[in-house]
Write a protein that binds this ligand. Sequence first.
Ligand code: ZN
Length: 118
Amino acid sequence: MHEASIVESLVELVQQNLEPGQRARRIEVRVGLLTGVSPDAMQFYFEMMREDTLGAQAELDIRLEPLRAECRNCQAVHEFSEIAWLCPVCGARGLDFQNGDELHLCNIEVEDGQDRNS
Ligand SMILES: [Zn+2]
């Protein structure tokens, strides 16, 4: 499991994006299904790390990104909410995934309610 190091670099990135005196309240990340990252594990490490870094007020909001894939046989493009290997249209095995390995920091909400987009 590499969630611990992912959360560590995420926390660092958040700290770099904060202005002096600002405190993060909610951090929104998008995680692709193909990363194999477990949101529960990320949440667990985040809660362990936040006290000493961002403070206990910081919350982590993890969104799983739907997976887009094109069928090599019929070229149909579909979105999946979990990993799939068969085309739902023609049943062929052979999907080209167009995303899924992303792990983005989308938004940092700071304590005074102002949003910072990055
Ligand atoms: Zn197909």
